[in-house]
Design a binder for this molecule. Sequence first.
Ligand code: SF4
Ligand code: SF4
Ligand code: SF4
Ligand code: FES
Length: 949
Amino acid sequence: MYSVRETDYGTPARLSERLVTLEIDGVEVSVPEGTSVMRAATQAGYSIPKLCATDMLESFGSCRLCLVEIEGRKGYPASCTTLVSAGMQVRTQSPALAKLRRNVMELYISDHPLDCLTCPANGNCELQDMAGVVGLREVRYGYDGANHLTAEKDQSNPYFTFDPTKCIVCSRCVRACEEVQGTYALTVDGRGFASMISPSAKESFFDSECVSCGACVQACPTATLMEKSIIDHGQPERSVVTTCAYCGVGCSFRAEMQGTQVVRMVPNKDGKANHGHSCVKGRFAWGYATHPDRIIKPMIRSRITDPWKEVTWNEAIAYAAAEFKRIQAKHGRGAVGGITSSRCTNEETYLVQKLVRAAFGNNNVDTCARVCHSPTGYGLKQTLGESAGTQNFDSVEQADVIMVIGANPTEGHPVFASQLKRRLREGAKLIIVDPRTIELVRQPHVQASHHLKLLPGTNVAVINALAHVVVTEGLTKEDYVRERCDLREYEKWKSFISQPRNSPEAMEPITGVPAAEVRAAARLYAGAHNAAIYYGLGVTEHSQGSTMVIGIANLAMATGNLGRSGVGVNPLRGQNNVQGSCDMGSFPHELPGYRHVSDAAVRGLFESEWHVSLDAEPGLRIPNMLDAALDGSFRGLYVQGEDIAQSDPNTQHVTDALGALECLVVQDLFLNETARFAHVFLPGSSFLEKNGTFTNAERRISPVRKVMPPLSGMEDWEVTAALSNALGYPMHYDHPAQIMDEIARLTPTFTGVNYAKLERLGSIQWPCNDKAPEGTPVMHVEQFVRGKGKFILSEYIPTDERATWEYPLLMTTGRVLSQYNVGAQTRRTENNRWHHEDVLEIHPHDAEQRGVREGDWVGVRSRAGETVLRATLTERVQPGVVYTTFHFPWSGANVVTTENSDWATNCPEYKVTAVQVSRVMQPSEWQKDYARFSQVQDRLLQERERTQV
Ligand code: SF4
Ligand code: SF4
Ligand code: SF4
Ligand code: FES
């Protein structure tokens, strides 16, 4: 249910530029054509009673409470279903209307429990409000007639309850599930008086198809669907707009508060990335922020076999700084470095890279984007001139053909997936390129026209085959290319791509995709008025990740699908601030704004602002840091908000390297897998405890606002600044707004960004500067950022990681809706009820060959290592391919992944690992070691020397 604090206009806004003028209660009102009378009246400040209408949903007209009188029309039309027309004269109040409305309310209330005082919705219930508004004073039918007051409550969902005794069957929930979420989990079961809302086939919410997005709870006007947190704590007293800290969609939420306690997260209707929608993570899984596992006091220890010792902030910072200085004095300036996080704010990330460059005096800074979207940065920069997605999310509403490559939006980017599904229901066509049958392939009212079910590792072969068809069948947009692209490069590319070896027929034995299917998909994409490509880590996390991004950009340029709404090349970023962490200069070769450290002019800018001279040599990437740690030349590391021991490939190699460090400083919410190798632990602050900004996948910078004080007493940016000061490089800021001002001074695409403007506009898509003072929803409109778009040859080179006799299956990885990344946050919430362990998906044919049955333990062995998972048999994967997730550290998915990586960026090849799978009876050796090490570390934490700080 919407909080009483937000106006509900009853029906959705219309965007028509043609205004219609009418009279409401004698006052002239002008609204866009297509607007309902109800919305026009609400916009003009009148309030028409309503129950079945809400502005997130199309009108339905079932409750008959919103009746009005219209001059010249018979009867009493419903204002929610009646559209405005020029000169219309509407009366919203009259004695006859009052009587009709009271009659309607009487019927509702006669079948409703009269427990308002103890109802959790008390004070925020639309039924209660409407009874008051219509002046209901008695119910003539009494309360003893047939009713639903004994119906049983469904408490199965961990986050909300369904109490049918309070249901008025307005079907707002059913429509929300269909129109907003696109899941179709709810129906109205039965007819007339017997009508009841029912999840799926009369199942409980938990067992139904419900994905717990909360849209129905949001839409419900009564306490029928109600958040358990509100039942437990009561109604909020204030709300603060902030941004979800989970995925790259970057949904805007109102954190509803009682004092310093969050009681509910409500998706913000004004949020430009989510328009009032949410998924289970942002909406409900915020309890980790106050989980007892949080460590809120700094700790130090000399060796990782020692117990931790709680110390003051000053002691911890002084100890860390002294260690870094000692290491640099003994082993050289380059012996230390830092890792920034895509989970942290822009301001925090900016400070960490600044600390490394200015206080450590080297460029040894890298980020977790290294292991996800670094090829996006490289590929898009080379071809188009900017390392970012080209569109806003709303652009999908104008796409006619949508190609989704190596992404699983319903699991990874659920709110965008709902928007995409809505467009598909309106008639847009869908092409999926994925080794698995992801959910989008077949959904209610949504079916892909083509599913190119390729073998892992053959992306480039498929994109080349698609481009081959486009070129050889004359489907390119020659005018567009001639006007906007480098023609010499285009001709070279054309002659390369049209070679028979790139044809779908030649590629079929490699990719496993029937040539005819590729040809049909290419024609569909190239023939569309607007065709858009969305892609994910299934594109980037390959040895040819950068080549694939280039191939995608080539295809989009050749078909004229860049530079306007409805088209584009759109990387779906995994974590909340992947875009931002890259923008902020987290890579060892680039200063903020993607400018190379070797560029003396750019360095000069930073040197004069930072008052320090900067190293012109690129620093170490994460894999280089790990190798150097093992060879002894790299000894100290500062890691903020990142868990490389779980997230990076070849776990054994990573943990060996971490174990070899002399000083590892980890700043995080929890003692994560990496922190178990740390010497200094600096408590982190959750997104609820600090100010800053995140930048989502559409380059949208959104505010993160402090709704409660940091549990540890320090916001993350303050900790970095303190560490820098202790290292001897002064950093003095009073507020992250000043850090953003500094970023704006130094970064051309951010010059117009400041907190005051963010406050005014809600969010801003960069570039934001003199040319685009309010931001840029769509890039490359007049011309490409680099000038002429550059076609680059995308030769398919098979990965070294091939299926062999010894390792005959190809393992690929992904994520599930309820868990997030390494799971540190979601594992500490009720989301575990949906997914409490990582399993190995295997095709029934491959399972049978190995004698593996559903639920068996199987060993998964690769050239890098072995782990043991439970098997699940499914045809979602094709024969020869297995699949798993990596949300639980003890699953050890990354024990198996190899160190192969993208040729240009070192992004690991998580998506292709040759493995053998066999039935086993016990955990792998790695898992046994992991269990022993974890036990020791847990004990050292429990036995920590506590201080009264
Ligand atoms: S559960 Fe709520 S939204 Fe759904 S029909 Fe009942 S009252 Fe309406
Ligand atoms: S929570 Fe979302 S998916 Fe579940 S029934 Fe409600 S609207 Fe549908
Ligand atoms: S879609 Fe992403 S940003 Fe939105 S609520 Fe879910 S996790 Fe948060
Ligand atoms: S609000 Fe218009 S008919 Fe229900």
